[in-house]
Design a protein around this ligand. Structure first.
Ligand SMILES: NC(=O)c1ccc[n+]([C@@H]2O[C@H](COP(=O)([O-])OP(=O)(O)OC[C@H]3O[C@@H](n4cnc5c(N)ncnc54)[C@H](OP(=O)(O)O)[C@@H]3O)[C@@H](O)[C@H]2O)c1
Length: 247
């Protein structure tokens, strides 16, 4: 039986492109997001391109935390089993601290951190019962250094990455793999309004790199690996005067 992957945030950007990439690689797909109409269009397009792909779609709002186990159970029964959960749903609202935008900061943490944790929690419970599984969490290079204008986003991605690091130790020797991805700039609706996007790659290229990293079961990696593996380390060392100009 083909390996199956559940992707959250599959209605757009990286999640959508990864759905097409994994279909091409022969995976069974579970696609979740809030916009069900988008998911149904993607399902139709994938079926046209890869008629033998088994694929299920379902509405999911990761901030409706208590609904996640039930959505996971739906995909398990629709697909037979789930081998990989790609915790990808996220938002980037780009607000500054103390400018009356706390609501945006709260929503960012609720989605990117608590929603991601709730997804992982439900997936790990399922994987522990199944005796195997693979969690792939999408953090960001913004986790390496708190970026001005993105305090809540950086915090959400750093918090999620550290959470997954702890999880990896918790499930050590339980046949559950944990991969943390740190994308740089991948061309998607999340960031296409930003004027400067260094080392930008297309979403198709990003999805292909991510699929390779998933198949290798790496513990963690930047996306693309180079130059962000170097730039990420540099970001930590740069003085505040330089970082301040990036806001
Ligand atoms: N693009 C980059 O350069 C980049 C860099 C670093 C990290 N990332 C991370 O990569 C992930 C995907 O981002 P993207 O660039 O592909 O952005 P995107 O095109 O805006 O896609 C975001 C996805 O997340 C879903 N989503 C948002 N809030 C949700 C919620 N409450 N419940 C369920 N799904 C939700 C959206 O679907 P609905 O609106 O239909 O719910 C959409 O499918 C995010 O976690 C982002 O932070 C991206």
């Amino acid at each position: 039986m083909a390996d199956s992957i559940l992707i959250t945030g599959a209605s757009s950007g990286i999640g959508k492109a990864l759905a097409f990439e994994m279909a091409q690689r022969g995976y069974t797909l579970g696609l979740a997001a809030r916009r069900e109409d988008e998911l149904e269009t993607i399902q139709k397009q994938i079926r046209e391109k890869h008629p033998s792909t088994k694929i299920a779609v379902r509405h999911l709002d990761v901030t409706a935390y208590e609904t996640i186990p039930e959505v996971l159970a739906y995909f398990t029964s629709a697909l037979g089993c789930i081998d990989i959960v790609m915790v990808n749903a996220g938002i980037g609202l780009g607000e500054k601290v103390g400018r009356g935008k706390f609501d945006q900061a709260r929503r960012t943490i609720e989605t990117n951190m608590i929603g991601a944790m709730a997804t992982v929690d439900a997936a790990v419970q399922y994987f522990l019962n199944q005796g195997k599984g693979h969690i792939v969490g999408v953090s960001s290079v913004a986790a390496f250094r708190g970026m001005p204008g993105n305090a809540s986003y950086s915090a959400s991605k750093a918090g999620f990455a550290v959470y997954l690091e702890a999880l990896r130790a918790e499930v050590y020797k339980k046949n559950i793999h944990v991969t943390v991805l740190y994308p740089g700039y991948i061309d998607t609706p999340l960031n296409n309004m930003i004027s400067s996007r260094p080392f930008l790659i297309s979403v198709e290229k990003g999805a292909s790199i991510i699929a390779d990293l998933i198949e290798k079961k790496v513990k963690s990696s930047t996306v693309p690996v180079f130059p962000w593996n170097i730039v990420g380390k540099l970001l930590k060392l740069l003085p505040t005067s330089v970082i301040a100009k990036m806001g």
